[in-house]
Design a protein around this ligand. Structure first.
Ligand code: SAM
Length: 311
């Protein structure tokens, strides 16, 4: 039951109830990764004010949406991130996805503001490969590693390491990354992500079935998360999650998130751009109806069509 005592939910025409928001708060980024999907947000230059962000989250919370993932661009570029987080209504889970280059010196203030945990993008522990993937000439991998340490110390746990698998670049590095995360004794979890084809990155795509087979061979236990039906493998006592968004009907069938672009548009799906609902100037009274409208436009991108085939 939500705070108003009603049982209203945001349920789409396919029976999927939205429980989480994935909100971009800026399109600016200090890295330029070779494959970045930029949360499907192209060309928007404006940024929502703290008030607009909070109004959207509050309106969604009234429908029982109790999880928020803050993304970007690089969300830590915004100096008012702590202000945003501390103004949010009570939620079950507030997390941030970040490249962590700017996390050192801020993890504690983010925790104090109410942030529960962070996902940190780290595809490789090799400085040369890191520079290549991120298109960054400076050697900032040490900043990321310090950011991870500080996030753990501040209790932004479990810290999830987002590692996008890239053919001939980091596909052979899973074991090393697993060893790295194991060193944090449960405070850091490895999350492998199948590459989606953005910025012409298709040649780097790694066969997810092969990766899964390999993980299965080494796992002592396998669990399935409700969110996107993601698989979790327990290997040598450490947890590895595998996110497979490509051509995955189960991923879409279990998707419970609504996106918000940096300039304040509700976005029903990462991969669809012609059904956005602008809420950047919406009043608190207008927001519930606009949220319902956006959710009514949610269609599983990968689905079994009427002929029983997958698209
Ligand atoms: N700058 C922040 C970061 O690095 O986490 C937030 C934005 S980034 C777009 C959010 C997440 O999307 C990162 O973990 C990144 O690895 C993932 N991502 C970006 N492009 C992707 C792609 N083409 N396929 C799969 N995951 C991708």
């Amino acid at each position: 039951m939500n705070s108003s005592g009603s049982r209203r939910t945001l349920t789409d025409p396919f029976g999927r109830t939205v429980k989480s928001l994935r909100m971009s708060i800026t399109n600016r980024c200090n890295l330029n990764c070779i494959y970045c999907h930029n949360e499907g947000d192209y060309g928007s230059t404006g940024e929502m004010s703290v008030g607009t962000i909070v109004n959207i989250v509050k309106a969604a919370a009234e429908f029982g949406v109790d999880r928020l993932k803050i993304s970007g661009g690089e969300p830590l570029i915004r100096k008012d991130l702590e202000e945003i987080i501390s103004a949010l209504p009570p939620l079950k889970d507030v997390s941030l996805t970040t490249n962590a280059t700017l996390l050192k010196g801020r993890a504690r203030s983010l925790k104090e503001a109410g942030l529960d945990r962070v996902n940190i993008s780290l595809d490789t522990l090799d400085p040369g490969k890191f520079r290549m993937i991120t298109n960054c000439k400076r050697d900032i991998l040490p900043n990321v590693l310090e950011g991870i340490d500080e996030a753990v110390r501040a209790g932004l746990t479990p810290v999830k390491i987002n590692m996008v698998l890239l053919k001939d670049i980091n596909e052979a590095e899973i074991e090393r990354m697993l060893e790295f995360t194991k060193g944090y004794k449960g405070d850091v979890i490895l999350q492998l992500i199948e590459l989606m084809n953005f910025k012409g990155a298709a040649p780097y795509h790694v066969d997810a079935d092969l990766v899964e087979k390999e993980l299965l061979q080494h796992a002592t236990d396998v669990r399935t998360r409700i969110m996107h039906h993601r698989k979790k493998y327990i290997i040598n006592g450490a947890e590895v999650e595998f996110v497979r968004p490509v051509d995955n009907t189960e991923f879409c069938a279990n998707c419970n998130r609504l996106r918000v672009t940096a300039d304040g548009k509700l976005k029903p799906c990462l991969l669809v751009n012609d059904n956005l609902i602008d809420v950047s100037h919406a009043s608190p009274d207008e927001l519930p109806g606009l949220l319902q409208l956006a959710v009514s436009k949610r269609v599983p991108f990968y689905s079994h069509d009427t002929y029983g085939q997958e698209k």
